[in-house]
Design a protein around this ligand. Structure first.
Ligand code: FAD
Ligand code: SF4
Ligand code: SF4
Ligand code: SF4
Length: 414
């Protein structure tokens, strides 16, 4: 029996599955709900290709990032729809305009994250825009991308750095018609926890979910705002749930690193050596941008790394306001560009409890709202109503009263 790579290091990139020509690899789920490749011994011919293409064993050729920029899309709608400043859509535009295809992560009908491809800008903004903070099911999309490349179509493939490394190893040669975009990556949360979270919200809020946006910018870019839309069960009345990062249980658990994939805690991809053409992220050094755009705190700012000559050539054609930064500045504002987030002992106890404790009790034990401190939040740039909500949260008023006040404030704002 072959171990394709060390179990704790396996990123779930599925380069192995996409390379096996004997269909001997299928997907199984581990106790934490992450996808794992599993070899069917009856079909395996011991050729060793899966071991060869695994980026953990054999990383593809990397490039040192050449330039760093902060900036945002010149198109206001694109900027608002995107999680950061809209760099992904502005890069993708060029590939779509030339009749190409764009691969990326979307939520499917069951609100599960999976990689798909789109051929139009509408499809892109509807499906691919925005971060989905859960591991994406990559399936056989590398094989599909290879087929498009061999037909001569332009392909943009976006994903986590380990997925881009997986794609590169499956392709095993450079393609002029391929452009790759990866993220600066904090880590991917467990799909199992996301499933349980959705059920929990449905029950708690008495609603059937139809969409989830992990970072809605209605009132802020800095404060992650989880937004679930749907309708009240048994009636068609629309219903909305919103939770800022300091109060939504899922975002709390994600940012406390309780349910990231184990490989993310010793990630091989947290440096300025990149496998992609472009790297996109949030520009958390936004304070320095305030002189240029006073709305940055609501609308978002991208960090863009230009890693290859191909990307450098496309750069002047991007419809973005860009400002060059030093690589040191980029690293200072984004920890995941220097090192992974370490395992915490709380992660161990989280998963020990997860097997026996129902989700609502897990929320009470591990994912309760943070006590908001003046120091952390009043330094942020926010609307007056946000200040008021922070003060209310600081006083830890019961959720019911807090919800009523926020609704009144929202009505007043309109
Ligand atoms: C799991 C995860 C962790 C991240 N960690 C950080 C971080 O530590 N620091 C930081 O600055 N930025 C991080 N980002 C990136 C950030 O959230 C934005 O996605 C990024 O800045 C792009 O923003 P945009 O405005 O250019 O475009 P958007 O339209 O917001 O970006 C969409 C892009 O994200 C990709 N994407 C969305 N969800 C996933 C997913 N689950 N798996 C793979 N690709 C996905 C899409 O394919 C598309 O390419 C992370 C994103 C994800 C999904
Ligand atoms: S050794 Fe070859 S046949 Fe067996 S699983 Fe790996 S790639 Fe497939
Ligand atoms: S190729 Fe990817 S999914 Fe397969 S074993 Fe290696 S890291 Fe895991
Ligand atoms: S943190 Fe590293 S291993 Fe985890 S998903 Fe991101 S790139 Fe892959």
């Amino acid at each position: 029996m072959i171990d394709i790579c060390e179990y704790s290091q396996c990123t779930g990139c599925m380069a192995c599955l996409n390379s096996c020509s004997h269909s001997a690899i299928n997907i199984e789920f581990d106790d934490e709900g992450f996808e794992r490749p599993h070899i069917n011994q009856d079909l395996c011919v011991d050729c060793g290709l899966c071991v060869q293409v695994c980026p953990i064993n054999h990383p593809p050729k990397a490039n040192e990032a050449k330039k760093a920029f902060s900036g945002w899309s010149q198109n206001e709608t694109v900027r608002i729809l995107s999680s950061s400043g809209g760099a992904f859509t502005e890069i993708s535009r060029h590939v779509l305009r030339d009749g190409g295809v764009v691969f990326g992560c979307a939520l499917n009908d069951k609100l599960q994250a999976q990689h798909i491809y789109v051929e139009t800008l509408d499809g892109l903004t509807e499906k691919l825009s925005g971060s989905k903070y859960v591991q994406s099911h990559i399936g056989e999309t590398y094989k599909l991308a290879k087929a498009f490349l061999q037909q001569g179509r332009k392909v943009l493939f976006s994903g986590t750095p380990c997925q881009i490394a997986g794609l590169k190893n499956v392709l095993r040669k450079e393609y002029d018609n391929l452009l790759t975009v990866d993220l600066i990556c904090h880590g991917v949360p467990s799909p199992k926890v996301f499933e349980d979270y959705k059920k929990y919200i449905q029950q708690r809020e008495n609603m059937e979910l139809t969409s989830v946006k992990f970072r809605c910018k209605k009132s802020s870019w800095i404060f992650f705002n989880m937004t679930c839309t749907g309708h009240i069960e048994k009636t068609a009345s629309p219903k909305l749930y919103e939770g800022y990062y300091y109060e939504d249980p899922y975002i709390r658990g994600f940012l406390r690193d309780y349910f990231l994939r184990p490989s993310c805690h010793h990630c091989h991809f947290t440096s300025t050596k990149r496998y992609s053409d472009f790297t996109i992220a949030d520009w958390w050094g936004y304070q320095k941008s305030s002189a240029i755009d006073k709305d940055f705190a609501y609308k978002g700012v991208s960090l863009l790394l230009v890693n290859t000559d191909k990307a450098l050539k496309l750069l002047p054609h991007l419809k973005m306001y860009l400002r060059e930064r030093t690589m040191e500045d980029a690293k200072r504002t984004n920890i995941s560009l220097s090192h992974p987030f370490p395992f915490t002992t709380k992660r161990d106890s989280f998963w020990k409890d997860y097997k026996t404790i129902p989700f609502d009790k897990m929320v009470e034990k591990y994912m309760m709202p943070e006590k908001v401190t003046w120091d952390v939040n009043l330094r942020q740039h926010h609307k007056n109503t946000d200040y008021l909500l922070i003060i209310i949260r600081f006083l830890m008023l019961p959720q019911r009263i807090y919800n009523k006040i926020s609704k009144l404030l929202a009505r007043h704002e309109k």
